[in-house]
Design a binder for this molecule. Structure first.
Ligand code: UDP
Ligand code: MG
Length: 343
């Protein structure tokens, strides 16, 4: 009897599981919101999002990823969940950063279009329908918001301008003005194919491009001043941001073939050094055989030291390339590629 009830129960949960899955398969939009200490903003944000969604007849979910808040944000989320069943709350045990929160949200989301936005009400949910349209109708892989008119202090806007310029040049994505806007829309496939870690959330368009998603567009969005709380990123954002750009660029280009980078540089340096050394030895031998008195000893010539350094550095670079090649050969990801389609 027990077994029978148990089986019944199981089949019941299975069926339930499947039906809910089917309904999720056709979900229009997942809104992913990373948040760290934004308790005051959350009620306003969720009610605004759901107002926009219901007004446009979208099926949706709101994934709130609490990045280790300690201001009671999680309690607010739990309370809101009772009011809005569309909410999916995920709570980190500690603060891991915006990128980590986004990554977890991307793993969890089910909607055909995924919208990311900040929790601080600086991004307006009213932009969602137009972003959705751009992805579904204009077939963009990614649409990034552009805060053309910003409500931030000058200390933030000027470095950001410079930053965007460098990123544009290095990434080859010339049509984006504002890489780091929190408000973005993605085709589901994009977020399921990329990984965001460290502080790489600033460069998601670049990561997407490296993963082979090249239809990247932009939409001017309204930007509002922060209503509650304060910014969570200090001046370190600029230093970390620049280092991240370098790693993204390098990893994207050479991660699978490090020897091409280090090997080329190393070989060039080694060769230059060797030629200089041979030249110095040649000159010396010539002087000896011709019995000419030389004006300077070998160790007194700058060229000697330059040759020495070039040979050593070249050899080191070459060795680094070799070791990196071995590391990449041992990586479990070494043969992971993005396959778009098969027939
Ligand atoms: N955020 C986060 N984890 C962090 C820092 C920030 O989830 O460690 C969230 C934050 O709550 C907000 C978004 O990331 O929803 C953007 O942060 P903020 O508004 O402070 O950045 P700014 O607008 O100053 O660039
Ligand atoms: Mg903000």
């Amino acid at each position: 009897m027990h077994v029978f009830i148990w089986v019944l129960g199981l089949s019941h949960t299975c069926r339930e599981g499947r039906t809910s899955h089917i309904s999720h398969l056709n979900m229009d939009i997942s809104v992913v919101v990373p948040l760290f200490n934004e308790a005051e903003s959350l009620p306003e944000l969720t009610s605004w999002i759901s107002r926009v969604m219901n007004g446009n007849g979208f099926s949706y979910e709101i994934i709130l990823v609490d990045d280790g808040s300690n201001d009671g944000s999680w309690e607010v989320i739990e309370k809101l969940k009772g009011q809005y069943p569309e909410i999916v709350g995920i709570k980190f045990r500690r603060n891991y950063g915006k990128s980590a929160a986004l990554n977890v949200g991307f793993e969890a989301c089910q909607g055909n279009v995924v919208i990311t936005m900040d929790a601080d009400l600086q991004d307006s949910p009213d932009e969602i329908p137009e972003l959705y349209r751009k992805v579904t109708e204009e077939k963009f892989d990614l649409v990034s918001g552009w805060k053309q008119k910003r409500h931030d202090p000058l200390s933030k806007t000027i470095p950001t301008k410079l930053f965007n310029r460098v990123t544009r040049r290095m990434s080859g994505i010339h049509n984006l003005h504002d890489f780091n806007c929190g408000l973005k829309a993605y085709r589901k496939e994009v977020v399921k194919s990329i990984e965001v870690y460290g502080e790489m959330h600033r460069y998601i368009p670049v990561i997407a491009k490296w993963a082979g998603f090249s239809r990247i567009g932009e939409q001017v969005v309204e930007h509002r001043a922060r209503k509650y709380g304060t910014t969570k990123f200090g001046f370190s954002r600029f230093i970390n941001g620049f280092l991240d750009l370098l790693s993204i660029f390098f990893v994207g280009k050479f991660a699978k073939r490090p020897m091409h980078f280090f090997g080329t540089l190393g070989a060039l340096s080694f060769l230059t050094g060797t030629i200089m050394a041979l030249w110095i030895i040649g000159v010396k031998l010539y002087h000896i055989t011709m019995h000419i008195r030389y004006t300077r000893e070998v160790v007194e010539q700058p060229l000697f030291y330059i040759a020495l350094v070039a040979i050593i550095v070249g050899f080191q670079l070459f060795l680094t390339g070799f070791i990196a090649e071995l590391v990449s050969r041992n990586s479990p990801e070494r043969n992971t590629y993005q396959i778009e389609k098969t027939v």
